[in-house]
Design a binder for this molecule. Sequence first.
Ligand code: G3I
Length: 341
Amino acid sequence: IPSLHEALAGQFKYGIGAALEPFELEGQHGELLKKHFNTVVAGNVMKPDYLQKQEGIFTFERADAIVEFAKANGMSVRGHTLVWHSQTPDWFFKDPEGKEMVGETDPVKRQANKELLLKRMETHIKTVVEHFGTDVYAYDVVNEVISDSSGLRSSKWYQICGVDYIKEAFRYARKYAPEGTLLYINDYNTHSPRKAQDLYNLVKELLADGVPVDGVGHQTHIRIDSPSLKQITDSIEMFGKLGLDNQITELDVSVYSNDTDKYETVPEELLLQQGYRYGELMQEFIRLKPYISSVIFWGMADDNTWLKNFPIARLDLPLLFDEQLQSKPAFWAIVDPSRLP
Ligand code: G3I
């Protein structure tokens, strides 16, 4: 079968990628990866919880295995993620006495806590970006900072530091990463007009403040029937017209249209419908390519996808290759639509 990234050669400056776990570097998974993708991202092992589980003790072995594989096979690496509310050890948010910083009412202590948290963030960012150097060409500097209801997410980061944690994260990344490293603000549901608008407002504020943001990462965890192509297009053009790059960072298409359905086996016609959606989507990304520099799938094949556990435990088949690593209609819809009925 043809290679996915070869079929899309020349379309996206930084290539076609997949998220992976270190075990997927081996055997058939490793072969699939080499054949179809030319850029990779760690699904978990570059998150704070993996890199600095205990304060001051950095463990890079698992992340390095991915970087070494990528280098040996001519693939680039995205870094995911420097600052996030999830998969971040609790010690980040405790004061020197071991007390939760969130909820502190004494203004003097609040200020000291903020300074300490920003210091920890600086150390984390500095150590990570200096470790990877030019082997990582781009980072999700902050992940999921927009609220699901309105404005900024009220994470521990936000409650302790306000919007400054976002600004400082980008400044530290720019200060310590090699020149030319691309810096992204990454989020999900960015194709929802309300969330896109809140993200847009934030990004405009950041740019006005001279904060070094290069682009927006759209996770693009979408469903078989939503959001519409128009919403996706609008949200990409909106940031593109601001002069920012866009990357599709975590693409997958759930076969479900709600949180409750559950298939024992996914009907063939649904996999075909998913294929047409993927095909249409990739055509649109190609049309928008002045604004989009990379498209990355959140996983290689349906045997390993986070959607098996979210929003409930159920069979979901959201990627281009099936559980036996064979190509699905979704693959052919992108690579050679004439192969579809
Ligand atoms: O490491 C343990 C392992 O030791 C244990 O055996 C296993 C049993 O469940 O759990 C393992 O940890 C899991 C980890 O994935 C590695 O597989 C965690 O429980 C599980 O919560 C974690 O889920 C990850 C999730 O982020 C956590 O927020 C998913 O794999 C990962 O795909 C997902 O990725 C996120 C992006 O970072 C941000 N955008 C959304 C995306 C999907 O949620």
